[in-house]
Ligand binder design. Structure first.
Ligand code: SAM
Length: 249
């Protein structure tokens, strides 16, 4: 590993003492409502997007699986999952949480994927490649993931995008423009690249969710509303957006 990946690993390992969703979504969300809302959004988005692309029983790579939060949801849908992550401490949570499920976990160096070529039916990642800030490294990593996929199989990634490229979290994270994200995927050899904005980071209802003021029964409707607005506005100039990028190997 080089110094960047050492720092990245140390950062994620240091969060492993928190609640499993707080450590991988928002460590400041003390009550956990916002993290639960975002995890539900992630899981329903992946369920829909995978449902039309791969059959139940397929084997998926969950790259940057962290504490296995998405992995559990995917195994419950009938998929077999290989979770890979840089953080050995977060992976311990994942192994503990998914012990009896159809999942296995591997520690990676952050730059390469130790899996056989053409062994995966699909790959997903939630909020991972924004932590690979160097374009050449990110392209090489994505190209490595493409090689693990059976040709024609889908990659689904949910990442943060902005109108202008923004480096944050002391240089550990980058919010790329949607064009830069699509360019990365194309540079890694992926085809048929699509995108859908899922939500804006500072959507006005987010503080209400954080304080427990939006009942869980209303979350699905709110998610649909959050997704409808960016179809008209695109990424807001003052905010980041969570964007689903889809592509084929
Ligand atoms: C925002 S968390 C998301 C965790 C998980 N995908 C989820 O949905 O719960 C980002 C994860 O990416 C991992 N990560 C960051 N850079 C990585 C890299 N280069 N290779 C593998 N994992 C990485 C971190 O350790 C962390 O678990």
């Amino acid at each position: 590993m080089n110094e960047f990946y050492d720092r990245q690993k140390a950062y994620w390992d240091s969060l492993a003492t928190l609640d499993p969703d707080a450590s991988i979504i928002d460590p400041r969300d003390k009550r956990g409502y916002k993290n639960a809302y975002l995890a539900q959004m992630r899981d329903s988005t992946l369920r829909e997007a995978l449902g039309v692309r791969v059959s139940p029983g397929a084997t998926l790579l969950d790259y940057g699986c962290g504490t296995g939060s998405a992995t559990i949801a995917l195994t419950r849908l009938g998929y077999s999952v290989v979770g890979a992550d840089l953080s050995t401490s977060l992976l311990s949570h994942a192994r503990h949480r998914c012990g009896d499920q159809r999942a296995l976990f591997v520690a990676v160096d952050g730059r390469s994927v130790p899996l056989r070529d053409h062994s995966m039916d699909a790959a997903i990642a939630y909020g991972v490649f924004c932590y690979v800030t160097d374009e050449a490294e990110a392209t090489a990593l994505l190209a490595g993931i493409r090689k693990t996929l059976i040709p024609g199989s889908p990659l689904l990634i949910i990442e943060q995008a902005r109108r202008h490229r923004t480096v944050c979290e002391q240089g550990l994270k980058v919010q790329r423009t949607t064009d830069q994200w699509r360019g990365l995927l194309a540079g890694a050899g992926f085809k048929r690249i699509g995108q859908a904005i899922l939500r804006h980071g500072r959507f006005p209802t987010t503080p209400l969710i954080r304080h427990g003021l939006v009942p869980r029964g209303a979350w699905s409707a709110l998610m649909r509303a959050e997704r409808a607005i960016p179809r008209i506005t695109g990424v807001w100039p003052w905010d980041y957006a969570d964007v689903l990028f889809s592509a084929e190997a």
